[in-house]
Write a protein that binds this ligand. Structure first.
Ligand code: FAD
Length: 515
């Protein structure tokens, strides 16, 4: 048999129909699948995942030491207790997700190596038609679905963002982006320069420092870091009292959320005081003589970008041990041996790691069309940062940045299930959000208020994202404490929701479409 010929011939199979199609088996998609089985047990659904397994972010990132920056009491699901150290390795997060899949028999619903390429909505049939390609056989598959639940994350998974610097091609060593870290990369005894000073740098540097000859962190501007022990004292105490794990999870979650709320409040109301406290934490690790003003004192307000947690102060231990040094400067150009800085200094390197962030990806790079017309996501206006004008029967899970992403994934799961039940109760097949007459004059704004939160990848990709409106329901606040009250209380009969079509007619159309 000529394998290469048969691989190149796309096979056509009849469409498969499901009530709900979830894109992505990361923490959001697996959570969505769980909630659907619990809250809408009669719905048929499938999760299409491009990779070979579940985990999303926690599967695809393979750089040394990859771990969560959030605590797992809040990054974990509300329904499954977390029992390990608060900040967890990618492997531990995947084990946790694997248990959820097993305990709730979700594997039967997940199709791996299924990359969604196209999705088109027909108002005539009230159905999405989704085309997916199997990444192992190239086979094209077609699905129809009443509702699309987008859990595809927010960044392009194939490659990270590396700026173009002059002379990059001259560099004789290796340039590596953490998102595509080669598993066999040999950094033993090598001089490594890591560009960037976000959470990834804080993770990868301590993980490689002991083995490298030397690690230099090159940053244009400093980041806020919080050193702390990777233990939760309240959880330890509750466990000592033999409090059941479900209670420990819930109590510790509430305490952490309360602490976060206070931190967020202070970042707005007393940013200077908070700044001093954060800097004092770093000074305690690095000693009074370290040049904190130059390397660890950001110019932005605390929380305008994510604050990177440093478990057990491991990044700082590398600095005090002389294995890691910080350079705050700008790149003039790459050279054969390393990097020439604007100050005139040159950094020698065998390996340069570009921890410079992501390419934002709206809707998983899937081509969307509605009634034959291509969708430009940037032309839509978002309802609470989850539904979009002009895109019926679809919701995107875009989690929190300052609080744990999963808090929003759980919150939006409840909303989707409530909406699906409401549609069933009304006997309708289509729901969309639309600007009401009173919304017509509202100000249309970018997806996120950059005064509020402004990491580079969002600023670079803002033009790809939906707009937000100035009225509260058209905002995307990124505020868990506000949304946890507001989203469960949304009146699904508000005129913002436009219901159309009959579910009975849609079922008939499905039968005809799928055969
Ligand atoms: C290194 C790193 C560390 C992070 N740490 C934290 C943290 O500590 N706390 C926090 O709150 N957030 C963190 N984040 C943000 C993180 O991405 C989210 O918290 C969360 O993991 C996102 O989950 P998700 O399921 O929504 O998306 P992802 O994890 O991105 O998963 C999306 C899945 O969808 C699949 N997919 C995408 N497009 C398609 C398609 N077209 N067809 C089929 N499948 C598709 C992908 O293959 C992927 O498996 C981190 C991000 C990174 C990159």
């Amino acid at each position: 048999m000529n394998v290469s010929v048969s691989r190149n011939l796309p096979k056509i199979r009849p469409a498969e129909h499901v009530d709900v199609l979830i894109v992505g088996a990361g923490i959001s998609g697996v959570g969505g699948a769980y909630h659907l089985t619990r809250q809408c047990p009669d719905k048929t659904f499938v999760v299409l995942e491009a990779l070979e397994s579940f985990g999303g972010t926690w599967l695809m990132h393979k750089y040394p030491g990859v771990r969560s920056d959030s605590d797992l009491y809040t990054f974990g699901y509300r329904f499954k207790p977390w029992i390990g150290p608060p900040n967890a390795s990618a492997g531990a997060i995947r084990d946790y997700m694997g248990e959820v899949i097993e305990e709730h028999k979700l594997a039967q619903h997940i199709r791996y190596r299924h990359k969604v390429l196209n999705a088109s909505w027909s108002s005539e049939t009230s159905l999405w038609t989704i085309e997916a390609q199997r990444t192992d056989t190239d086979e094209m598959l077609t699905f129809t679905a009443n509702f699309m639940w987008m859990c595809q994350g927010y960044y392009r998974h194939a490659e990270g963002y590396t700026p173009e610097w002059p002379g990059m091609q001259d560099f004789k060593g290796e340039i590596i982006h953490p998102q595509t870290w080669p598993e066999d990369l040999d950094y033993k005894g090598k001089k490594v320069v890591v560009i960037g000073s976000g959470a990834t740098t804080a993770t990868v540097v301590p993980a490689i420092a002991a083995d490298c000859g030397h690690v230099t962190v090159l940053q244009r501007s400093p980041t806020f870091f919080v050193p702390g022990i990777n233990q939760n004292e309240l959880a330890n105490m509750l466990r000592k009292l033999e409090v059941p794990e479900e209670w420990v999870h819930e109590i510790v979650r509430r305490k952490i959320l309360d602490d976060f709320r206070e931190l967020t409040r202070r970042s707005f109301e007393e940013p200077e005081k908070l700044r001093e406290e954060l800097l004092a934490g770093v000074r305690a690790c690095l000693g009074p003589d370290y040049d904190l003003a130059r390397h660890f004192t950001p110019t932005y307000r605390p929380w305008q970008q994510r604050i990177a947690f440093v478990p057990d102060g491991d990044l700082f231990k590398g600095i005090t041990a002389g294995k890691v040094s910080m350079i705050t400067d700008e790149i003039e150009r790459f050279t054969e041996q390393g990097i020439l800085l604007k100050s005139g200094d040159e950094l020698e390197a065998d390996i340069i790691v570009t921890a410079t962030g992501f390419h934002l990806s709206a809707l998983g790079d899937i081509k969307f069309a509605v009634d034959g017309k291509a969708v430009d996501f940037a032309d839509t206006v978002t309802y609470h940062g989850m539904m979009f004008t002009g895109l019926p029967n679809l919701l995107w899970v875009f989690g929190y940045f300052r609080a744990s992403w999963t808090l929003r994934a759980d919150l939006l799961s409840d909303f989707v299930c409530r909406l699906l039940q409401h549609m069933d109760d009304k006997g309708v097949s289509k729901v969309s959000v639309a600007l009401r007459p009173e919304d017509r004059d509202m100000e249309i704004l970018p997806w996120i208020d950059t005064q509020n939160f402004n990491p580079g990848y969002l600023q670079r990709g803002m033009h790809l994202l939906p707009k937000r409106g100035s009225k509260p329901e058209w905002q995307h606040t990124q505020d868990y404490w506000h949304e946890k009250e507001v989203i469960p209380a949304i009146d699904l009969d508000d005129p913002v929701f436009v219901y159309e079509g009959s579910s009975a007619a849609s079922k008939q159309a499905t039968k005809l479409a799928v055969g």
